[in-house]
Ligand binder design. Structure first.
Ligand code: ADP
Length: 334
């Protein structure tokens, strides 16, 4: 068993939403708990993608996770562990169809796919992916799942599936995993603060943790701030988002002083934006250096991750064996 399980899709660059919402927590938690963190490539094919690039994206994401401080022995690649799809089928038989139809990410992603591709085709994989995600988690029977706010509904589904499984097989086999949030569980797109920062939403809706300085500054400079205050005098989502980014990047002094300016109605948004860009760039400097070291050592790193996936798979195999015993499926060692 693992204490902690979480995962990320190799659909594009790691962005500040992923980092501040989840991955930073992974790095902080791994010294205290036994952890497994997956790069979940099966999820990346739920929508049409550039299949020729997927394998490379998976490795790039692995390199990026290592560069921000995730330990190699905690990382695995989902498609190297076939038990994920095996458990997914079994759990689909314990999942409520009605509950599945209420998944907001499915609705959002299918609507977006229809709009972008002008094609009404939606894969059953996209519909089923919360079950695969439940399998990703339950396979390791963790206590905690550090994820962003967007995953709350999926985690609720996971708990429901686990409960139904335990109740039907008559054994409290799966622990009901609890969600863990960071202080910034939802970072918004700077281009459209109405939606979350996301790789899946398209390039302008995320800022890569490994972005070049000029690109990062440009993206932050063009962040939507509106008028700064909503009609009832509160801070607008866009401005709030910039303050959250500033605080999360560790710039406490600048955060306090600019917040004071906001309260006094003397804040210049360009100052806030520059402080955010400075803070983020300061934080990522070490990541970018580490990333260069990893790039010079790719072959060894890949072997390390294949090995860690193999080690982590042992837990998955154990779970599948137990689940087959509990559900009456045949277990044979070939
Ligand atoms: P994306 O939505 O960019 O495709 P993933 O689905 O791969 O990202 O999510 C990886 C992790 O990052 C999940 O734990 C998710 O909750 C978290 N996450 C993604 N976007 C954000 C965000 N904008 N703010 C906070 N956490 C986020």
């Amino acid at each position: 068993m693992k204490d902690i399980l979480s995962a990320i899709q190799p659909t594009g660059d790691m962005h500040f939403g992923n980092y501040f919402g989840a991955v930073k927590n992974w790095v902080d938690l791994q010294d205290k708990y036994s952890c497994a963190f997956g790069v979940v490539d099966y999820h990346a094919i739920t929508m049409p993608t550039n299949y020729q690039k997927l394998r490379n994206n998976t490795w790039e994401l692995i390199f990026n996770l290592l560069a921000v401080g995730v330990n190699a022995e905690n990382l695995f690649i989902q498609s190297l562990i076939p038990e994920h799809t095996e458990l997914s089928w079994i759990l689909s038989c314990f999942s409520s169809y009605g509950q599945m139809t209420r998944m907001t990410q499915f609705k959002d992603k299918s609507a977006k796919s229809k709009e972008e591709t002008k094609d009404s085709f939606i894969s059953a994989g996209l519909f089923n992916y919360p079950i695969l995600q439940s399998a990703d988690i339950l396979l390791y029977r963790p206590k905690f799942v550090p994820v962003g706010k967007d995953q709350e509904q999926h985690l609720e589904l996971t708990r429901n599936i686990a409960q139904r499984f335990n109740s039907l097989v008559g054994k409290e086999y799966f622990r009901l995993p609890e969600i863990l949030f960071t202080e910034t569980p939802k970072i918004r797109s700077t281009a459209n603060p109405e939606i979350k920062m996301s790789k899946s939403a398209g390039e302008k809706h995320y800022i890569s943790v490994f972005a070049e300085e000029s690109r990062l500054r440009k993206q932050i400079r063009s962040a939507v701030t509106d008028t700064g205050r909503t009609n009832d005098g509160d801070m607008s989502q866009g401005v709030k988002n910039l303050f959250e980014l500033l605080k999360a990047s560790g710039q406490t002094e600048a955060y306090k002083s600019l917040l004071q300016d906001f309260e006094n109605s003397s804040l210049k948004y360009v100052d806030l934006k520059d402080a955010v860009a400075d803070g983020l760039l300061k934080m990522t400097r070490a990541f970018i250096e580490k990333r260069k070291e990893i790039a010079a050592n790719k072959k060894n790193v890949k072997n390390q991750i294949k090995q860690s996936s193999w080690e982590i798979r042992k837990i998955a195999q154990e779970t599948i064996k137990n689940v087959k015993d509990l559900t009456g499926l045949i277990n044979v060692r070939f």
